[in-house]
Design a binder for this molecule. Structure first.
Ligand code: SF4
Length: 490
């Protein structure tokens, strides 16, 4: 695949980004992030603070807000949680009525400040800020082409590729953005801001969630509806595949940069990532997870004394399983709320330590009981084994593990950090082998059909319920363009 790049003009301005951060072009980042945008509200920075705080679960390593007053950018980014990065004085200094904000979760070992977003550039037409949630599959290829024709990259973030494509175009800004988005392949929700425009875009498959709300006359955009709720904004709608929204003095223009492709919202958002009080594509997450638990009960009934969920993401499903079966729901596991997430951390050692820091089994609840433990996924198996053993150590006589997703066998290329396939336990082991490995009395996974049925929502009748299920079924909604042969499976 070739990418037509304008030969000139080359990058014309200075970078605002700290440090240099140049690295190997194959150093791709796979991250899960949250984005939040405001158009037309004088307290844009404060709203962004609360919005990003509500999206904190999507990225705990860095946070940033860039605001414009129509003339210049004011911005701040730092490593750390939203509440650590911003204080009252800092927010007061971020004046303006249009903003984009970002929280970032990086597990690739490259969690430098240079990659903290929004990324901010100065180019020939002025200032440019970009925040994104997702991953660009063909970023290394485009980056290589750009570097061969003179571009100098300052970060290792995929997002910078889009900035270069925009800056090198000789077309007007909106056409340049559209051209740039048409060149990239992947799962993404973009927020792109200049001093007089805010542009919001969703990838052609709608892989990553992005939603629009109103707060009075202001427009609010967020990765999840829980952020709209937090600031008192009203949900208007989700942004659809291939859409491009432009906000400027002329108001809101609803445009698109490409025709929509197969709708494929990330199934893991429903299973694990999004907050239970968020709605995605017309389905509330808590309710969808409860239906997963109910469906699990229909597919895999176990005769046991109590049902417990691994907090927090599996509590809703455990309640659903208990409701469907009549087996009592109990708090057999308690989460220490003052630690970070452990879905995938940088090293095995940290991950194992993380489980101990994060969870405790409640002895008086599980002792002498046959326990059904509901969890959302098994990635490497290490965490599951530790939790099962924790329940056994606390006196559980049997531990049956039910997973409210199909076996996770394939890596994600759309912004969810997953280990190599060889580290994914379900890619090489049978369910019985995994059961033995995690020391469970029995183990079952939710069927793909059961998952689609449970999610429901506005795309229930579409192909695969409008979901990306590639990490389960190896059917990727985009081509996988790494150079050489283009593929749809990996
Ligand atoms: S491959 Fe899996 S984790 Fe990645 S977008 Fe698709 S469903 Fe989500």
């Amino acid at each position: 695949m070739s990418h037509e790049l304008t030969a000139q003009p080359l990058w014309t301005g200075d970078y605002y980004n700290e440090g240099t951060g140049r690295s190997d072009i194959f150093d791709t980042l796979k991250e899960e992030c949250g984005v939040f945008g405001v158009y037309g509200h004088q307290d844009a920075a404060t709203l962004s603070y609360y919005g990003l705080h509500a999206l904190q679960h999507r990225g705990e390593e860095s946070a940033g807000i860039c605001v414009t007053n129509g003339v210049q950018f004011n911005y701040h980014r730092e490593m750390g949680l939203v509440k650590e990065v911003f204080d009252k004085d800092r927010l007061a200094s971020l004046t303006g009525d249009m903003s984009i904000g970002h929280v970032r979760y990086s597990t690739s070992g490259d969690s430098r400040l240079t990659n903290a977003q929004p990324l901010i550039f100065k180019y020939r037409d002025g200032d440019l800020a970009i925040a994104t949630n997702g991953n660009i599959v063909n970023a290394p290829l485009i980056r290589k082409e750009l570097e061969q024709t003179g571009s100098i990259f300052q970060t290792t973030s995929d997002t910078e590729v889009v900035a270069h494509l925009i800056a090198r175009s000789s077309k007007d800004f909106i056409e340049a953005v559209k051209d740039a988005l048409r060149k990239i392949v992947g799962g993404f929700a973009f927020m792109i801001m200049t001093n007089d425009k805010l542009v919001i875009a969703s990838d052609p498959n709608g892989l990553r969630p992005i939603t629009m709300g109103r707060l009075g006359d202001a427009y609010i955009f967020a990765s999840e509806t829980c952020a709209l709720e937090t600031i008192g904004a009203e949900l208007v709608r989700d942004i659809g595949p291939g859409e491009l929204l432009i906000l400027d003095r002329g108001g809101l223009r609803e445009d698109r940069f490409t025709e929509p492709q197969r709708k494929a919202l990330c199934a893991m958002e429903y299973i694990y990532f999004a907050r239970p009080d968020s709605d995605l594509n017309g389905a509330n997450l808590h309710s969808a997870r409860k239906r997963m638990g109910r469906q699990m009960a229909l597919e895999s009934f176990i005769d046991a004394d109590i049902v417990t969920g691994v907090p927090d993401s599996s509590l809703s499903a455990a309640i659903g399983y208990a409701e469907q079966t009549g087996i009592p729901y109990e708090m057999g596991l308690i989460k220490n709320k003052y630690t970070g997430r452990t879905f995938i951390q940088p090293s095995q050692e940290l991950r194992e330590q993380g489980v101990k820091m994060k969870l405790s089994a409640v002895r008086s609840v599980v002792s002498g009981k046959r326990v059904i433990m509901i969890d959302d996924s098994i990635v490497r198996g290490t965490t599951s084994r530790r939790i099962v053993n924790m329940l056994r150590d606390a006196g559980a006589t049997e531990v049956h593990v039910l997973i409210t997703s199909p076996p996770f066998k394939n890596p994600c290329f759309y912004g969810i950090d997953t280990p190599d396939r060889k580290e994914l336990i379900a890619s090489s082991k049978s369910i019985e082998e995994i059961r033995k490995e995690i020391n469970a009395d029995s183990l079952a996974f939710l069927s793909p059909k059961g998952l689609i049925k449970a999610v429901g929502g506005n795309s229930a009748n579409e192909y695969k319920g409008g979901l990306c299920m590639a990490c389960f079924d190896n059917d990727y909604p985009t081509k996988l363009d790494f150079g050489g042969e283009e593929k749809r499976s990996f």
